[in-house]
Write a protein that binds this ligand. Structure first.
Ligand code: ATP
Length: 215
């Protein structure tokens, strides 16, 4: 059976250890190739502090020394808003109809899914793996999401291997209460985010310079 392909999209402004760790755990749990897909123009939020080129450079440094998590820059090459549905459509076209494709989202992003462009169609292209995130416990789902998810939910990771798309898997991961917001604030205040992000990023002070000057 071919390994699933999984993607974790985000602004990665900047990438931090929780992104990397939860992506790693998902890769292990699903025995998947995982790609980190930075958004060019994030449609659901404020514009990033660092530009696309700067955020990709940080990601590249962060991913050094391993080959299980891979940077995918397709959204940076696309004009306009980075709609996830377009990325899934492209990936589905590339990998064919049968290979399982998994959209990984943190619990906070999952709760916001109904605001995503053509969100109902996401399940036609991919499964959704919902990563737990401290401070974003899912007590109740918004009605439209609850209805959409009800028949798709599974607790069995193998169910994601048995079909190319359409299931929703809650994925408990190590709770790491790190956010890019916190890292940006620390950097803007002149602090050092050691152990919140990989040493390889801190080793090159130019990488984090955009956050030192911004506030
Ligand atoms: P910001 O603080 O700027 O909002 P962020 O830390 O949430 O950023 P994003 O780039 O927005 O980072 O997140 C990308 C994806 O990673 C989202 O699906 C998000 O839910 C998930 N994610 C981010 N941090 C964590 C975490 N600590 N635990 C689990 N998932 C996370």
């Amino acid at each position: 059976m071919t390994k699933p392909l999984a993607i974790l999209g985000g602004t990665f402004d900047p990438v931090h250890n929780a992104h990397l760790r939860v992506a790693w755990e998902a890769a292990e749990r699903l025995d998947a190739e995982v790609r980190l897909v930075p958004a060019n123009v994030p449609p659901h939020r404020d514009q990033p502090v660092a530009n696309a080129h700067e955020r990709a450079a940080i990601l590249r440094a962060a991913l050094q020394g391993q080959d299980r998590l891979v940077l995918d820059e397709r959204e940076l090459r696309r004009e306009g808003p980075s709609w996830t549905i377009d990325t899934l459509f492209e990936l589905r076209d590339e990998i064919g109809a049968e290979r399982p494709l998994v959209l990984l989202v943190g619990a906070d992003a999952f709760l916001g899914l109904p605001s995503w462009h053509r969100w109902g169609e996401l399940f036609d292209y991919a499964h959704v793996g919902v990563l737990t995130r401290p401070g974003h416990e899912i007590a109740t789902l918004p009605t439209e999401l609850r209805i959409k998810v009800a028949s798709r939910r599974t607790a069995d990771a193998n169910a994601l291997l048995a079909s190319p798309c359409g299931r929703v898997l809650p994925m408990p991961v190590t709770p790491l209460e790190i956010s890019a917001t916190e890292v940006r604030a620390l950097l803007a205040a002149g602090g050092e985010p050691r152990y919140l992000m990989p040493d390889a990023v801190l080793a090159d002070p130019r990488l984090l310079a955009p956050y030192r000057t911004a506030i």
